[in-house]
Each structure stands twice: as structure tokens, then as C-alpha cells.
Design a protein around this ligand. Structure first.
Ligand code: GLA
Length: 394
């Protein structure tokens, strides 16, 4: 059953009497107060997507803006399952990898399109100490914890509600991550708002509060291919990253603790360049990551405002995505572990290097890295961070 929150800009037809027309107008106004409608041509609609293995209902929301950009989001993991933008010739394609059914997202997703937390990226050996107390997390990635553990935020069903906006459609997702969930301290109240604007931006605003000292590092994990989902390698796509330094890792993806200049390395994307040659370098760090799977230290003038982080461009189609972030770091992952075993929404199998993740966030293993910006959240403080993906064609 599809509930459509569409602009109800309709004439009140004469139904044989002024009273009936007035009643009809009253009905339309009433409906508009329960739907997130606006005159400018955007819309948000909801449909049932499926039920999890535990029997929890999952809904899918479809947002379109006045320029017909479309994003689909399911309440399982707050996952973006489709993001359709045009190329320079007006051909539309989704630029994110994903699946066609919920059970695939539940059983085999490498975090396609999901909200990641409580702590995105890795924590060494699944342990950290906070206020003198050691916490032990699930070890789900080699010897380390990745992306919030065995059942992180990407595997939770979120509450959702559409939000009316002028010049935008928005979906508010919320949940409470209970004290001790996946080993983290504190009842964490989290809200994530996806906003699709008529300026062709997909904005993600995160807020959270806690009743105990805890650690938090939320991010979004779409796999982007600007030529279109399932179109093959991103080798020829052009990437710019606004970062003079990056964070070297060991062979398990844990930072060495350094922040190393990109100068003279394959990690120098300060001038836009093709992705392919960089991920084929024999640089030991590329070997450690089996491509790029590293955090970049973004050049920032302050630690709060939205600043330019990266640009991804496909010369063949002209599709371009700019990323603005408030975070200090950008995790870049060039789909190194896609191995032809995942049958995607493209109708085909996904292979290594078919997409790139660009995840604004704090740095990996920060709770164990005193030199890195803190990821501790205390009662009374509010965690806030924002990311904007802006779409154009060139
Ligand atoms: C993050 C990690 C990668 C990989 C992906 C998911 O990007 O840094 O190593 O685990 O998640 O597959």
C-alpha cells in the first residue's frame, strides 16, 4: 500500500454546491496537514518494503525534488537503496550500489548505503578505555571491531517520519541505542535527517545525546559510481580530495597513529585525478588497504562549519558529486573487497573497484589514539555533524 504525500494543488470542482466545494477544500487542507506536501513539485511517499527475519516491518520512503532527483531510503539501517540523478544528456541512473530485497541487506550487505554507528570504522582489538573503565566490543573484522560491531546501526530498524519543508523533502530517522548495545556505554538517543533540496543536494544531519560518557562516530556508507549502478569500474572517474595529509594503517586497517603528508604519494588527490592509477600503486599503504581504504585529514579552517571535502566526477556522463562535511576526516574506500559474489540491484555481480565510499567521519580507532580529535560524548552535550552531497552535471 503506497501512501503518497503529494502536493494537493487541486481545484475544488463544483460538486453541485458551494458547501460541497467548501467541504472539499477543507478536506484538502486537512490532508495537507498530515502529508509532507509542498507546491514546488517535490514529494515524499512511503511504501512497505518487507519484514526482517525477526518479523519487524521495514518501510521505504521515496523523496523527489522539483528537478526529479529521487532518493529511496529504507528504515532498515537508514539505508539509501537508490539515488537517481541525470547525466549531461538527461539520462537518469542510480549512482549507488545496493540490493533488490531486504533479506540481502540483512545477510550479505557490505554496509551498502547505510547509516553507520555507534562507532563507524575500526576500533583496535575491540577494546577502549573511557574514564578508567575498559570496554570490550564484538570483534567482527579480523582482530578488530568494525562499524559498531555485529549488529551496528546499519542492521537496526529505525523509526521514521517525513518532515515538511519548503524547497526540500526530508525524512527523520531516530532510535535509542541502549546502554550496553554492542558493548558501548550510555543510552544514546540518535536522530538522522536526510533532506533532499531543490538545489539537488542530499543533506544528512546527525544529532545524538547520551546519559553516560560514551564514544560516537556516525557516518553514511553509500558506494558511489557516477556512471551508474552496475556500470563497472570507477578507474576512469576523477577524484579530488581536499586533504594535505592522510592516516596510514597497518594490514588490519588500524591507524599507526601518524598523519602523513600526501605529497609524492598515491594519496595526493589535491588536484583532481583518475582513481585507477592510484589504487594500482605498489605503495605499501595501498598494499595494506588492497587499494585505498584510508582516512584523509581534511583541510579545514575551523572544526564546525560545512567545508568542501571532495569531488567525484565521471567524464563520460558528466555526473558530478561534491561532498561538504563538518567532520575532520574522510574515509575513502575503493570497493576493494567487492569480489563478484554479490548480486546487486543492477542485475549483475559487483566486482572489485566498482564503486567508491566517501565517508565523512572522525578518525579510525580514535578512542585509543590520544593524538586524534576526541570522539567522546558526555551527558549534557549534543553530538552534531552534517554532510552534504551536491549533484551537478558538467
Ligand atoms: C569500510 C572499511 C573497509 C570495508 C568497508 C565495508 O569502508 O574501511 O575496509 O570494510 O567498510 O566493506
Amino acid at each position: 500500500m503506497k501512501t503518497t504525500y503529494r502536493p494537493l494543488v487541486q481545484r475544488a470542482y463544483n460538486l453541485g454546491g458551494v458547501i460541497k466545494s467548501l467541504l472539499l477544500i477543507a478536506l484538502i487542507v486537512g490532508l495537507m496537514t498530515t502529508t509532507s506536501a509542498r507546491a514546488a513539485g517535490g514529494s515524499i511517499s512511503k511504501s512497505a518494503y518487507g519484514k526482517t527475519a525477526d518479523g519487524i516491518a521495514v518501510d521505504e520512503y521515496t523523496m523527489t525534488n522539483a528537478n526529479k532527483i529521487e532518493v529511496k531510503i529504507i528504515t532498515y539501517g537508514g539505508t539509501v537503496t537508490s539515488l537517481k540523478v541525470p547525466d549531461r544528456n538527461g539520462n537518469w541512473a542510480s549512482i549507488v550500489l545496493g540490493f533488490d530485497k531486504l533479506s540481502d541487506y540483512e545477510t550479505m550487505s557490505p554496509y551498502f548505503g547505510a547509516i553507520i554507528g555507534r562507532y563507524g570504522n575500526r576500533i583496535a582489538k575491540g577494546k577502549f578505555t573511557l574514564d578508567g573503565k575498559e570496554y570490550t566490543l564484538a570483534v567482527n573484522n579480523g582482530k578488530n571491531t568494525l562499524h559498531g560491531g555485529k549488529k551496528g546501526f546499519d542492521k537496526q530498524v529505525w523509526d521514521a517520519k517525513p518532515i515538511e519543508g519548503f524547497g526540500s523533502e526530508a525524512l527523520e530517522l531516530s532510535r535509542i541505542s541502549k546502554d550496553g548495545e554492542e558493548g558501548y556505554p550510555g543510552n544514546l538517543t540518535v536522530k538522522v535527517v536526510y533532506t533532499l533540496t531543490d538545489k539537488n543536494e542530499l543533506k544528512i544531519d546527525y544529532t545524538a545525546t547520551t546519559d553516560k560518557d560514551t564514544v560516537i562516530n556516525l557516518t553514511h556508507h553509500s558506494y558511489f559510481n557516477m556512471a551508474g549502478n552496475g556500470s563497472g569500474s570507477i578507474d576512469n572517474q576523477i577524484l579530488m580530495i581536499n586533504a594535505d595529509k592522510y592516516v596510514p594503517i597497518d594490514d588490519g586497517g588500524i591507524p599507526t597513529g601518524d598523519m602523513t603528508p600526501v605529497d609524492g604519494t598515491p594519496f595526493d588527490f589535491r588536484s583532481a585525478k583518475q582513481i585507477g592509477p592510484a589504487v594500482r600503486s605498489s605503495d605499501p599503504q595501498i598494499i595494506n588497504g588492497r587499494g585505498i581504504d584510508h582516512s584523509f585529514v581534511l583541510n579545514r579552517t575551523d572544526d564546525k562549519s560545512l567545508q568542501m571535502a571532495a569531488r567525484l566526477y565521471d567524464p563520460a556522463s558528466g555526473r558530478t558529486m561534491d561532498i561538504w562535511a563538518t567532520e575532520p576526516g574522510l574515509e575513502v574506500y575503493t570497493g576493494n573487497f567487492l569480489d563478484g559474489t554479490l548480486h546487486g540491484s543492477s542485475g549483475g555481480m559487483y566486482r572489485q573497484g566498482e564503486a567508491i565510499c566517501l565517508e565523512p567521519q572522525h578518525f579510525p580507532d580514535s578512542p585509543n589514539q590520544p593524538k586524534f580529535p576526541s570522539t567522546t560524548l558526555k551527558p549534557g552535550d549534543t553530538y552534531t555533524t552534517s554532510t552534504v552531497f551536491k549533484f551537478t552535471t558538467n
